[in-house]
Design a protein around this ligand. Sequence first.
Ligand code: HEC
Ligand code: HEC
Ligand code: HEC
Ligand code: HEC
Length: 167
Amino acid sequence: MAGTPVEVHGPGMRPRRSGEHLLRVGALFLGGIAAFIGAQRLLVPKDFGAFGHYRPGALADNRDRPSAYAGHATCEGCHTDVAETKRKGRHAGPACEACHGPLAAHASDPSIKPARPDARTLCVRCHAALVGRPSRFPQIQPADHVPEGASCLDCHVAHDPALGGAR
Ligand code: HEC
Ligand code: HEC
Ligand code: HEC
Ligand code: HEC
């Protein structure tokens, strides 16, 4: 007869009404959705979505991070002699911190004395001959170019590297 609940039996099972399994699955599904909404409420930051699909507070977070690089104009403001030497030579292009590394801490407090760059590792980073470098960029084969035990700075000046540069 249509509409009459059908009893389903199995060995050792209590009789169940047909459709009960659907309710269970449905309840599980609703529980899942509730858990998702609960977790979302807890985990998504409060200001997310205020202006769009992002968290506006991230802008402030990034702004508040201390900067690592001071920028070459800042260095040049104090080290006018170096800036003058460098401006006239072949190293006019690379910025101070390309060789010296990030020195914002020193620039805001000069009593924090920075180490001098180590020419043994510094210069070859840009000048060791590599196939991928533009052929017009000055490149050397360190093994052929540098006499045993010599330093680049025995013959070149860091801030004005062409031979006959500042000394
Ligand atoms: C507010 C001024 C000021 C600014 C800005 C500044 N410096 Fe200095 N710097 C100094 C002073 C002062 C000394 C210490 C000089 C000394 O003891 O002979 C120094 C020392 C140094 C030294 C070590 C020199 C040595 O004798 O070993 C280096 C390298 C250096 N600065 C690089 C930089 C770079 C690169 C920047 C930019 C990121 C910079 N400085 C920005 C004032 C400044
Ligand atoms: C091509 C790499 C390079 C660049 C670019 C560079 N430096 Fe240097 N700098 C060096 C090296 C290497 C030394 C160490 C020299 C030595 O030990 O004799 C040095 C030394 C110094 C010193 C110590 C004192 C001296 O004159 O030797 C200061 C100060 C300094 N640099 C500041 C600056 C500033 C300011 C700028 C940007 C205007 C700058 N440097 C750009 C590589 C560089
Ligand atoms: C951040 C990259 C960089 C580093 C590190 C660097 N240089 Fe340079 N160097 C340059 C650039 C850029 C030029 C200019 C190339 C040009 O004018 O076409 C140059 C030019 C030169 C020249 C002039 C070449 C010529 O044909 O006259 C010499 C010599 C030189 N560098 C030596 C050095 C030495 C020595 C060091 C280490 C103290 C060094 N460089 C570190 C980028 C670098
Ligand atoms: C014994 C002295 C001496 C030493 C040490 C030395 N050089 Fe040179 N370098 C020269 C001379 C001389 C020239 C110019 C003649 C030439 O092109 O060979 C030159 C030229 C260069 C050039 C320009 C090459 C070109 O084709 O335009 C670069 C770049 C250079 N050197 C980088 C370096 C680097 C980096 C070191 C350290 C790894 C170094 N040099 C060590 C003497 C030296």
